[in-house]
Design a protein around this ligand. Structure first.
Ligand code: AMP
Ligand code: MG
Length: 310
């Protein structure tokens, strides 16, 4: 069985009216994007997503990342440098649970198309071509690895898009980059039920912040009764087991890039990963466990008016 759920989070409703807003949907960055904002702001966000697609796409042979990964381009532009610098911080803070050099492993697992897991030998061989400690940032050298910004680029772009809208005077908007949500103003946001992703598990209120969810139900295939999903453990090269207990992780932060990295890292680390939020200002997280219990950082329920719908 193979299922794809692009939307991990669902923006539900604006708190307060936003009559002049319209909704624009398009496919970019390998995901469905929905922008609810004034017309010209929708257009601006569309252009911005297209611009960043040309930088961060791992599959477009003309993208900057593709050229860097293939060795055709030796120096990174401002955005890739900025994201690499965040990735370095994240690699260090998460003890390697977040690692943007997993390109070889992502290619091997190829979750979108695979129906049978790779062999131990194939995994070991790909694992040899990963590891942030193999790369150098200045001058840029990948040390035989391939960059994969799948766990952080959407967050980085959501921050840029939100910033552009704030600067042009927009006060109410929702940017949903395939589940990386940024709310300008106030809105209720729902988190999908990991076991029945068509339904919501809980919802909370976001005000001028981002929420990002990582879950094993987003991209996966099943083989021999085992689910193989897209979040990988950089230490083993296998699908992250999260201490065996995590179904999804939602991180709320003023920085969508930080939330994106952290949701992936906490998924890999498991329950104790909630502590990672402390390293970032005003950042909180919510874990839905395999047993359908909820774990959060301190104060989450009150701060965001959390409502469990089960
Ligand atoms: P996310 O859905 O944000 O958790 O990101 C998952 C995507 O990021 C995968 O599809 C891979 O492209 C990449 N990825 C998988 N595991 C990791 C990891 N441990 N650290 C960084 N990137 C990862
Ligand atoms: Mg992520």
């Amino acid at each position: 069985m193979k299922r794809l759920f692009s939307f991990l989070l669902i923006p539900l409703i604006f708190c307060g009216c936003a009559k002049k807003n319209e909704t624009r949907r398009f496919f970019a960055l390998d995901t469905q994007i929905t922008v609810t904002a004034p017309k010209d702001a929708c257009e601006k966000t569309y252009e911005l997503c297209r611009k960043y697609e040309k930088i961060f796409s791992r599959t477009d042979p003309e993208s900057e990342l593709y050229l860097i990964n293939s060795g055709a381009k030796k120096t990174a532009g401002e955005d890739i440098r900025a994201l690499l610098s965040l990735c370095e911080k994240m690699y260090n803070i998460t003890g390697g649970a977040f690692d943007c050099t997993l390109g070889a492993l992502s290619d091997l697992w190829n979750i979108k198309e695979r129906t049978v897991p790779p062999t131990k030998e194939e995994i070991a061989s790909a694992l040899n071509k990963t590891g942030f400690d193999k790369i150098s940032l200045s001058p840029l050298s990948l040390g035989g690895t391939q960059l994969d910004f799948g766990a952080c680029a959407k967050g980085y772009i959501a921050d840029k898009a939100a910033d552009a809208l704030y600067k042009s005077g927009v006060k109410k908007a929702i940017l949903d980059l395939g589940g990386n949500v940024y709310v300008l103003g106030t809105a209720r946001v729902g988190v999908r039920d990991p076991q029945s992703p068509d339904k919501l598990f809980c919802r909370f209120t976001l005000k001028d912040k981002s929420a990002v969810t990582s879950g094993s139900y987003q991209r996966f295939f099943e083989y021999g009764g085992v689910r193989y999903h897209h979040i990988l453990d950089p230490k083993t090269g296998e699908c992250a087991q999260s201490g065996g207990s995590v179904s999804s992780v939602t991180v709320i932060s003023p920085s969508s890039a930080a939330a994106d990295c952290l949701s992936t890292a906490i998924f890999v680390t498991g329950e104790k990963g909630l502590e990672l939020c402390r390293a970032f200002p005003d950042t909180d997280a919510l874990i839905i466990t395999n047993k359908r219990t909820v774990l959060t950082t301190d104060g989450f329920k009150k701060k965001y008016s959390l409502e469990i719908l089960d």
